[in-house]
Design a protein around this ligand. Sequence first.
Ligand code: DC
Length: 222
Amino acid sequence: MTTSIAIDGPAGAGKSTIAKMLAEKMNFTYLDSGAMYRAVTLCALNKDIDLNNIEKLSELVKNLEIDVEYKNNEFKIYADNNEITNKIRSDKVDKNVSTIAQIKIIRDELVEKQREIARQKNIVMDGRDIGTRVLPNAEYKFYITATVHERAVRRYQDIINRGENNKDFQEVKDEIERRDKIDSNRKYSPLKKAEDAIEIDTTNLNKKEVLTKILHIIKKGE
Ligand code: DC
């Protein structure tokens, strides 16, 4: 039996940072499930597939080999053996990934892959539907939030840190609000707190404080 920890929440709430820190502390593997939706989006865009063409997208996702790796606290993702870890963070992928993530057949395929990975190793998995759908029996479920303003501040800071300054703050904030809306209102597995998930508002907490809170909850449950 393996142990799973599900971390869900909206874009920019700090899920992946916290999930990676937690995986390191617990000596678990880590899976960024959003990276898989991004991988499909990138490949569809590269192949010029019309994002309304469900048949073509379905063929793409069924034939695409997505591999993930978590080594030395670094997460990497590959599509058909090509590493695409950085490419999936492009503006174009950001803009289109919520559309791809609404499609049932894509979700079904990726959810199956995510469950398979969780069967093999103790895992911290982050996403939108991990606690509600992918791993409903996860031992621990957390729902990480922060105000839209705070999430936009963090995303904007990431962009600056990467040395890119092609967007202003308002654009970043609008993009987060747009994705929140699509992710929360979609028909299949919308972003939602699982009933048994513990919600942590990180607006006024730093990463270390969030991690301490989570570790405390896990220790109490042991
Ligand atoms: O976490 P992220 O921003 O990299 O996620 C990219 C998109 O993928 C996001 O808009 C919603 C979608 N997603 C999803 O629908 N289900 C998941 N488990 C993870 C991500």
